[in-house]
Design a protein around this ligand. Structure first.
Ligand code: HEC
Length: 161
């Protein structure tokens, strides 16, 4: 009999402990809606940015673009830093295409010192880097416009390997 009471007490204690965190009372007073019972709040126009400089540039097309930066030492330093943040993991520290992440791509990341890259205009490179092509990531949501232009100046000076 005693053993039975202890067992009942034990289960009662367990149940109280489990329910201790449940605040069922709150659920009866909280405001609640069934699906489609109420209208969703209407967002004011312009609350979400849909047009920025980069998407405007995209509409203009590569022919209308020119690198607004000059390859001064601060711009090259900015390009080098941005390259370290956004390109090294795929293209490798010297741009040769040996970055660790890039090795899982087919085709492999292009050698940035190659003739194929170097003969292209800044604007064409801006478009490819900024908006992506083939398997290339679209970096327009990740990088600032000026960082892309600065990276292009920097990769003009890459030696590859
Ligand atoms: C996630 C990996 C990845 C990142 C990050 C990346 N690239 Fe690439 N890149 C590639 C791959 C893969 C290719 C080859 C794509 C192809 O030819 O289809 C490539 C090709 C290129 C090309 C060759 C363009 C051409 O005409 O063939 C350039 C230039 C380039 N990348 C520049 C950059 C720069 C600069 C950055 C950093 C701002 C960068 N990439 C970031 C993977 C990457």
């Amino acid at each position: 009999m005693v053993r039975h009471s202890v067992a009942v007490l034990f289960w009662f204690a367990c149940l109280s402990w489990l329910c201790a965190g449940c605040d069922y009372a709150r659920m009866t007073t909280d405001e609640g809606y069934d699906t489609y019972e109420t209208h969703m709040p209407v967002m004011s126009m312009g609350a979400i940015a849909t047009g920025g400089t980069l998407s405007t540039l995209r509409m203009m097309g590569a022919e209308a673009l020119a690198n607004p930066l000059h390859p001064t030492p601060p711009v090259l330093a900015q390009g080098r830093q941005a390259y370290g943040y956004f390109c090294t993991h795929c293209h490798g520290p010297r741009g040769e295409g040996h970055g660790t992440v890039g090795q899982s791509f087919a085709p492999l990341p292009t050698n940035l010192a190659s003739e194929r890259v170097q003969r292209q205009s800044d604007a064409d490179l801006f478009f490819k880097i900024g908006f992506g092509f083939n398997r290339h990531p679209d970096l327009s949501h990740t990088m600032l416009e000026n960082d892309i232009w600065a990276v292009i100046h920097y990769l003009r000076r890459m030696q590859g390997q």
